[in-house]
Write a protein that binds this ligand. Structure first.
Ligand SMILES: [Zn+2]
Length: 466
């Protein structure tokens, strides 16, 4: 069986982070800069677990023979095996949530890659040749990489640059934890919901062969991200196999949704576009959050609800309430060309289509010693990653012709992307509108760029001929 490592690396760029833009601060809003709030939804694409580490209970494992399990080797040999059982994170009012700091870390790590920033969130111990990418080199407010400039950085007593992006905790807004209803007042001996597969590898330093030639103890392999395993990932083990494991009482199943806000202050257009890209990515790609990334947990997608968001230019900020909402920012997002191919490989949601098993080998005594290739395969020879389910791009900006006049129940829109099952239009306000593919014209006709469509009802569209 082909074995695919649960994570891979995005190689560092050879050029240093660009540190020439000074810190813009938060007090004086530039007239062309963006400030406000992005209303976001995070949807679980695989089971999601964010544990409350404060009060786990201990559970004594029972073996197949019905007797308490004991450790059979190691320093604890002969001791009773007890595992920690964790509940999902809740605040003091009992609300289920994901921490804003976790969301921020997840988005910052992607932002660092796409803007070639320093390595703040990566352990670099034991590696060399990362000069230029060291976080310590972001050492004064006039010398910050793009990520430190936006997300903030602290250098001891020397200086403190506050981030200009704030992530609020994400609360459960759709669906519920499983199992439901929750188990009330577990006794010490009541069995937890499930025992997780072992979460970490005994040999965490595998170098990819591409880019850096798989050198051991050589240059850093790059920035580490975990693969998606698909929605049906198997994350639990039997009780008698759970000696090195932890247990959970509950989890957020696929399709559960969490809502949160991201507050931004004084972002220039470039920063805003990169932030939107880091948040939403593109269809076919996903993020990972919470516990158990190596065993396939925590795959998720973030979408920004633009109608529920409020973003204004610096100059507009303190003007009177304006009944016509500014929607010019709706279409601001860096193109997917800004995503390095190595990042696309790791974040693509169709990774489980690859031949092989994603995860640490179950036999830890026989751990593969071969370096991994660009697709995460031990001993493989792939030099580049796979392709997600991208749509066909039709256009990236509105047609040159003026938008046609439409009646009240209609909408003028241009065609942006074609999927197998749906079309993505963009209306004159920059808002995306999705329509089922079958209700529209043939693919060949649709791909003629440079014309507007008229949309009406939930599924109808007609191309405008000039
Ligand atoms: Zn930095």
């Amino acid at each position: 069986m082909t074995q695919i490592n649960p994570y891979n690396f995005v190689p560092l760029k050879s050029d240093k982070p660009k540190r020439s833009n000074g810190y813009p601060g938060k007090l004086k809003l530039h007239k062309d800069n963006y400030s406000g709030m992005l209303k976001c939804t995070l949807e679980a694409l695989s089971p999601l677990i964010s544990i409350d580490q404060r009060n786990p209970r201990l559970y004594q494992l029972i073996g197949n023979n019905g007797k308490p399990l004991k450790f059979t080797s190691g320093a604890k040999r002969g001791d009773l095996c007890k595992v920690n059982c964790f509940k999902f994170l809740r605040n003091s009012r009992g609300q289920i949530f994901l921490q804003g700091t976790s969301l921020k870390g997840m988005i910052r790590s992607v932002y660092e890659v796409i803007t070639n920033s320093c390595l703040k969130l990566v352990t670099t111990i034991g590696y060399k040749d990362i000069t230029g990418h060291k976080n310590a080199e972001c050492n004064n407010p006039h010398n910050l990489c793009p990520a430190c400039r936006l997300f903030g950085t602290i250098r001891g007593d020397k200086f403190h640059c506050q981030g200009r992006v704030v992530f609020i905790d994400a609360f459960l807004v759709k669906g519920n934890l499983e199992p439901e209803p929750p188990i009330a007042n577990q006794s010490v001996s009541s069995k937890p919901f499930c025992f997780l597969k072992v979460l970490s590898s005994p040999q965490p330093s595998h170098h990819p062969t591409y880019g850096k030639k798989g050198q051991r103890n050589g240059p850093i392999a790059g920035r580490k991200f975990y693969y998606h395993h698909g929605k049906d990932t198997k994350f639990s083990v039997n009780e008698h196999e759970a000696r090195r494991s932890i247990a959970i009482e509950e989890y957020a199943p696929v399709k559960t949704r969490f809502g949160f806000e991201v507050y931004v202050e004084n972002l220039d257009k470039e920063e805003f576009e990169y932030l939107v890209l880091a948040l939403e990515l593109y269809e076919g790609l996903g993020h990972k959050i919470g516990l158990g990334k190596a065993i396939g947990l925590g795959s998720c997608r973030i979408t920004i609800d633009r109608d529920q968001s409020f973003i204004a230019k610096g100059s507009d900020r303190y003007q009177d309430w304006n009944p016509t909402k500014d929607t010019t920012w709706y279409s601001l997002k860096k193109d997917k060309k800004k995503l390095p191919s190595a990042l696309i490989e790791i974040l693509r949601l169709n990774k489980d289509d690859d031949t092989g098993e994603i995860g640490y080998p179950s036999d830890f005594t026989n751990y593969p010693n071969d370096p991994i290739d660009a697709r995460g395969v031990f001993g493989g020879n792939a030099m580049k990653g796979g392709r997600p389910y991208w749509p066909d791009d039709v256009a990236t900006e509105p047609p040159k012709e003026p938008a046609p006049k439409v009646s009240q129940d209609q909408e003028a829109a241009w065609l942006k992307e074609i999927y197998d099952d749906k079309l993505v239009f963009v209306d004159t306000q920059g808002k995306e509108i999705k329509r089922p593919r079958k209700a529209c014209q043939s693919k060949k006709k649709l791909q003629e760029v440079g014309a507007w469509f008229i949309l009406w009802g939930p599924s109808a569209s007609k191309r405008v001929l000039y």
